[in-house]
Design a binder for this molecule. Structure first.
Ligand SMILES: Cc1cc2nc3c(=O)[nH]c(=O)nc-3n(C[C@H](O)[C@H](O)[C@H](O)COP(=O)(O)OP(=O)(O)OC[C@H]3O[C@@H](n4cnc5c(N)ncnc54)[C@H](O)[C@@H]3O)c2cc1C
Length: 281
């Protein structure tokens, strides 16, 4: 696809064609029924009759909210489990099906601890000034203020930027371009443009709030990838193809500074039974 030998897809999402016709309908229905259904429903292509379009997609976020091994976050009284959390058991590349086990195991551990904590502690006073500031941000500034461009255009540009430069193969030039573009998009997003002013069931407002968060996360993902001058797990730098344990066997931890700027720090990796080894397959 990168060498231009793919087929043109909508929104720059080029693809290659996978021909399964030699398997025959019976085998496809027996072994790949969901694949057939997906191809028919989403691409309008029946793999029994014609080659189907395929391309790599991101289907997991390694990393997430920093937690301990029970899912407790540094914020007292807040637990995280599942894909949103970073218990660090997946390293730099989650293996297939391990998300389900992560959700089940850490969902249980975090859930039990959170329930236990809730039973033993009374409800803490909510700092009303923080609640009011957040209400003002959402309803006065974002919903009523509605500055910035059409959020759906910005979202599409963000997707295409991340899909082009922060995808499977990365390099300094592309990552710098992505960082510049994401910062530009954050400016164009401004405080968010919400066309629908309804206070009830406002999906448009939810999309804008989500986009606000996604742009912030996109920026730290790009900046972390730019800083990490090595290849590790799913992070493949064409300009730094080797893993560099001497400098980079560490977690990137990002927190938000007083002005909303990302603050970078690094945490050591806890190695128990299996030290990291070169991947040879
Ligand atoms: C195409 C694809 C294939 C995959 N295949 C596999 C596989 O074979 N094996 C495997 O182990 N894993 C697989 N995964 C990964 C796995 O599906 C996910 O990691 C897992 O489902 C995450 O579960 P979760 O409950 O942590 O998060 P989610 O399933 O993302 O659930 C989070 C929920 O929170 C809701 N939410 C978000 N924001 C708010 C809010 N502000 N208020 C209230 N609710 C909110 C969302 O609507 C969502 O329902 C795959 C993922 C994809 C995309």
């Amino acid at each position: 696809i990168l060498e231009g030998r793919g087929f043109k897809g909508p929104g720059g999402l080029d693809y290659v064609l996978l021909d399964l016709r030699h398997l025959g309908e019976e085998k496809i229905d027996e072994r790949l029924p969901h694949i057939r259904e997906l191809a028919i429903r989403f691409a309008g292509v029946d793999p029994v009759k014609e080659p189907m379009p395929v391309r790599p997609v991101a289907h997991y976020s390694m990393g997430g909210v920093h937690t301990d091994t029970y899912g407790a976050t540094p914020a007292k009284g807040l637990w995280a489990a599942g894909e949103v959390a970073c218990v660090s058991l997946h390293g730099a590349n989650r293996l297939g099906t391990n998300s389900s086990s992560d959700c089940l195991v850490y969902g249980m551990l975090a859930g039990r601890q959170a329930a236990d904590y809730a039973m033993k502690n009374s409800i803490r006073e909510v700092p009303m000034d923080v609640v009011e500031a957040e209400e003002k941000r959402i309803f006065d500034r974002i919903l009523k203020g509605s500055t910035g461009e059409n959020p759906y255009h910005i979202r599409r540009e963000m997707q295409s930027t991340m899909g082009t430069h922060v995808y499977i193969f990365r390099d300094e030039k592309g990552l710098k371009e992505a960082l510049r573009k994401i910062k530009e998009l954050r400016e164009r997003f401004s405080q968010g443009h919400v066309a629908d002013k309804d206070l009830e069931y406002n999906i448009n407002l939810i999309h804008v709030l989500e986009l606000d968060a996604m742009l912030e996360i996109a920026q730290v993902v790009v900046a972390s990838a730019l800083n990490r001058t090595e290849s590790r797990g799913a992070h493949t730098r064409l300009d730094y193809p080797k893993r560099d344990d001497e400098n980079w066997l560490k977690h990137t931890l990002i927190s938000r500074g007083a002005e909303g700027e990302p603050l970078f720090s690094y945490l050591p990796v806890t190695i128990t039974k299996w030290p990291p080894a070169e991947r040879k397959y």
